[in-house]
Design a protein around this ligand. Sequence first.
Ligand SMILES: Nc1ncnc2c1ncn2[C@@H]1O[C@H](COP(=O)(O)OP(=O)(O)OP(=O)(O)O)[C@@H](O)[C@H]1O
Ligand SMILES: [Mg+2]
Length: 223
Amino acid sequence: MRGLFVTATDTGVGKTEVACALVAAARAAGLDVGAMKPAQAGAAPGETSDADRLGAAAGGGDPPELVCPYRLAAPLAPAVAARLEGREIRLDRILAAAGALAARHAALVVEGAGGLLVPLTERETFADLAVALGLPVLVVARAGLGTVNHVALTVEALAARRLRLAGVVLNRTAAAEDPSVPHNAAEIERLTGARVLASLPYLHDIAARERDLGSALRGKVQF
Ligand SMILES: Nc1ncnc2c1ncn2[C@@H]1O[C@H](COP(=O)(O)OP(=O)(O)OP(=O)(O)O)[C@@H](O)[C@H]1O
Ligand SMILES: [Mg+2]
């Protein structure tokens, strides 16, 4: 399977923004990329979920049950949200949906939930899903203070599972000044050996964000 597994150092770091921008930019450049959110936890009825956004970025033509096999009510780790509902998340069902989407597209972008070791099923974390999918992993990380440690921990967890690291994208989710920002990319590369592929700015304008992040990522992330 060709594509990327998009994880992050935490929840709310920018996986969906980066994944949607990558998918839309690749499609605009002529590469038919599909997108998937294997488990969506906590999207309120009527609210645009990550899965809805990813499906739309990928052209809107894929069956919702393939884009997101598990929709769960509680805003919790998927394994915990599923347990509360008396449901069981199965890796094989997610892999079947991913395979079906991959067959409909030239490449597939899969967004995790939270970070790499978030529990997905009673037995497996999102790292196990990345291993099963066999996709290289893109790590989205906060651009600000604390990110060097978070990226280093994630890189160690990837290496322990022999997961291929596609690279790190630093993303600013807050406008506030942070004196660590100019230093973080070089420090992450020095400490971990990982490549920082892009450092994305904070962008106020929601309407233009997908396009502007796509421009900032152009040519920097390979599928
Ligand atoms: N570059 C940016 N500029 C401005 N706001 C941003 C930027 N990147 C992300 N955000 C905002 O930060 C919040 C978190 O981003 P996002 O939803 O992409 O995170 P996530 O990692 O996908 O979270 P989750 O773990 O819930 O899936 C959102 O409100 C998003 O609009
Ligand atoms: Mg998200």
